[in-house]
Structure formats: structure tokens, C-alpha cells
Design a protein around this ligand. Structure first.
Ligand SMILES: NC(=O)c1ccc[n+]([C@@H]2O[C@H](COP(=O)([O-])OP(=O)(O)OC[C@H]3O[C@@H](n4cnc5c(N)ncnc54)[C@H](OP(=O)(O)O)[C@@H]3O)[C@@H](O)[C@H]2O)c1
Length: 339
């Protein structure tokens, strides 16, 4: 019998991962909003990646619903809502899921899987992590704009699904301990508000040294606090996390020479925080940079750079400045460190 896989929160990540699994022959139900259902019922799904994949799912081959009832007979549920929606997702899923269903949180941030676990005591809830970027280009087109794997917490319950992910071209990388992976991804995600405030594609933003210095400031602050707390982030990139701020601060010619992999990114790709600001949605900044501020508070310390980024994004969410120049943002963040 075919496994039934449900995607709860079909947006950029959900449609891309779920769509690729559907192309690979899996039985997939996408659960999302009516506006996207209507779009996909018209256009189907078009999935591309930076390595040249070009896949289509016709509208009549898609199962996209707006209610959670479909998860009742699912063997696997991938939760891909933004962090602000996790608590609701947990409550909705708790009403319908059968005991023993495997649920993977493929979300950024540190606390989403824990929140789901609290709501889903009879299910197997695992932490996951998406290392690559996906952009919604409209008209049912979702594009993977950077390289990277799908990471997941090691658990025997994952075994029956490994083949499906591999067939979809999204092999799972299992980790005995996901916490170092999540902290390392969090360090990379500290760039999300900077990218959103730059109003530039990621590749253009990273090609400007002033913006890279902003990222380095946010990461250095995060790394210092993690060290004080005894947290050792995993090595997700060719360089260990401690070296990345040095690479970012390098002159652009040297950065280009050394950071080929970091720049192997689609020229149009942007952070999902930029997409949230564009769509007038509340961003995930509290679940990303907010984790650094909370870590500092726990130890009686401060995280002024990340706190300032949160403030600027909060302002941008309600119509504040969204087109920062690199030098201006750098001055703003340096001022924050002077109190
Ligand atoms: N996009 C990326 O490149 C990327 C890369 C790595 C990791 N991530 C992480 O992956 C997670 C998902 O990101 P994303 O960019 O895919 O977000 P997204 O595009 O906003 O997709 C989430 C979708 O879920 C919908 N949703 C929320 N609550 C729902 C509910 N109760 N029932 C049905 N649908 C619901 C949202 O609708 P509304 O907008 O109407 O609420 C939205 O369409 C985030 O934690 C993000 O940080 C993203």
C-alpha cells in the first residue's frame, strides 16, 4: 500500500517538497490556503532548481485541500507553516491525526518541533531542517535557488519514508542530535532581516561588503552568546561557523574567490522574510534573531545587534523603512552596540 504523505502549510517549502514527492509517485496531499488552491487548480505546479530540474504536476494530478481532515489517514505529515502558525497547526493536527503518525517540522527556528510535540503527545514528532532556499515565483512556480539538504532527527520511524525522499531527489540527512544543526542554521538565518531590509535578492546583497559586515555583526554576537552558553553549532557549510564572519568581512574580491558555494545561489532568490514583508505578513524575526536576544537575557547579557534588527523589522512590518543602503544599516547596527 502507498504511504499517504500530507503537507500542512503548503507555501514555498511545502509545495516544493510535496510537489517533488508527488512527481516521484508518492500520494501527497497539500493542505494550505484557498488562494493558492485556486492558483494551483488553474496552473498546476512547476518546480525548478538551480541544477536544471524542471518538473510539472498537472492540476488534475494535484491534491490540494484547505481543511485538515485529510491528515486523518496520513502516515507522514510535514509541517511547513511559518513559526507564528505552529501553535495553531499543533491544535488542528491534534484533533485529526491517528496515534503513531510521524510528524516532521521542516521549519526554521529552535522551538517549533517542541511546540508540536507538546500538542501531539500520541504522535512521533521530529525536528527537521531545510537547508535550501525556495522562492514562490507565482503562477504555481516554485524555485529552489540554492543547494542544500533536508536534515532530520534520527529515529527508527523515519526508515519507511527514506526511499520516498530519495526518489524525490531530496535525500534525508539524519542527525542523532538536531540541536547543533538548528543553532547553525539559526546563525545563517540571522541574515533574513538584513536581506529583507536591503530589499535586494540574496546574491546582490551578499555581493555588497557593507551588508556582509552587518551579517558578520549579527553572527559574531550570536556566536559569542552560544559560546558562553556552551552551545556548539554544527558545521553546515565548507567553513566552520566561527570562520564565517571573517569570510563575510573580507573585501569583495576575496569573498568572491573563497565563497563560491555561498554565492551558488539563484540571482532572483530572496529570504522568506522579504516575502513576508512584501505580503504584509508578520515575519519570523522573533523566532530567529529573537532566539539570540532570549539566549542573552537568560545569561544576564545583551544582544544589541539582533535586538536592533528585530526593532527595524517590526517597524518595517507596519510600513517603516524597507530600502536600507548597506552603509546606513551598518552604521545603525554599530550604533546599537554603543547603547
Ligand atoms: N522559503 C524558504 O526558502 C525557506 C527555506 C528554509 C526554511 N524555511 C522555513 O520553512 C518554514 C515555511 O516557510 P515558507 O517560506 O514555506 O512559508 P510560506 O510560503 O508562508 O508557507 C506557509 C503556508 O502555510 C499557510 N498556513 C499557515 N497556517 C495554516 C493553516 N492553519 N492551515 C493551512 N495553511 C496554513 C500559510 O498561509 P498564510 O500565509 O495565509 O498564513 C502559507 O501559505 C518557515 O519556518 C521558514 O523559515 C523557508
Amino acid at each position: 500500500m502507498k504511504q499517504h504523505i500530507c503537507i500542512f502549510g503548503a507555501g514555498s517549502i511545502g509545495c516544493y517538497v510535496g510537489g517533488r514527492m508527488a512527481v516521484a509517485g508518492c500520494t501527497v496531499t497539500l493542505i494550505g490556503r484557498e488562494r493558492l488552491r485556486l492558483e494551483l487548480m488553474h496552473s498546476g505546479l512547476h518546480l525548478t532548481d538551480l541544477l536544471g530540474a524542471d518538473l510539472h504536476v498537472k492540476p488534475d494530478a494535484l491534491c490540494f485541500v484547505t481543511g485538515a481532515d485529510a491528515v486523518a489517514d496520513a502516515e507522514l505529515v510535514l509541517v511547513t507553516v511559518k513559526s507564528a502558525d505552529t501553535a495553531v497547526a499543533g491544535r488542528v493536527l491534534a484533533k485529526v491525526l491517528k496515534p503513531g503518525t510521524v510528524v516532521i517540522s521542516f521549519q526554521n527556528g529552535m522551538g517549533n518541533a517542541r511546540l508540536l510535540h507538546e500538542a501531539l503527545q500520541q504522535q512521533i514528532v521530529l525536528s527537521g531542517m531545510v537547508q535550501f532556499n525556495v522562492t514562490n515565483r507565482g503562477g504555481g512556480h516554485f524555485h529552489q535557488g540554492s543547494e542544500g539538504a533536508l536534515e532530520v532527527e534520527q529515529h527508527p520511524a523515519i526508515e519507511p519514508f527514506i526511499a520516498a525522499f530519495t526518489k524525490a531527489g531530496l535525500p534525508l540527512k539524519q542527525h542523532a542530535d538536531m540541536l547543533p544543526v538548528q543553532w547553525a542554521k539559526l546563525l545563517l538565518n540571522l541574515n533574513n532581516p538584513i536581506n529583507a531590509l536591503s530589499n535586494l535578492p540574496l546574491k546582490t546583497e551578499l555581493s555588497q561588503r557593507a551588508f556582509r559586515k552587518c551579517i558578520a555583526l549579527a553572527q559574531t554576537e550570536g556566536l559569542r552568546l552560544m559560546e558562553s552558553a556552551g552551545i556548539h553549532p554544527a558545521k553546515l557549510t565548507p567553513l566552520p561557523p566561527n570562520w564565517i564572519p571573517w569570510l563575510l568581512k573580507a573585501p569583495t574580491w576575496l569573498f568572491r574567490l573563497l565563497a563560491n558555494k555561498m554565492l551558488a545561489i539563484d540571482p532572483l532568490a530572496r529570504s522568506s522574510m522579504w516575502e513576508d514583508l512584501e505580503a504584509g505578513r508578520i515575519t519570523e524575526v522573533d523566532w530567529l534573531n529573537g532566539e539570540i536576544v532570549r539566549l542573552a537575557e537568560k545569561m544576564g547579557q545583551h544582544a544589541p545587534v539582533n535586538a536592533r534588527l528585530i526593532k527595524l523589522i517590526r517597524e518595517a512590518e507596519v510600513g517603516g523603512k524597507r530600502h536600507w543602503l548597506g552603509e546606513d544599516l551598518l552604521t545603525e547596527l554599530k550604533q546599537a552596540t554603543k547603547g
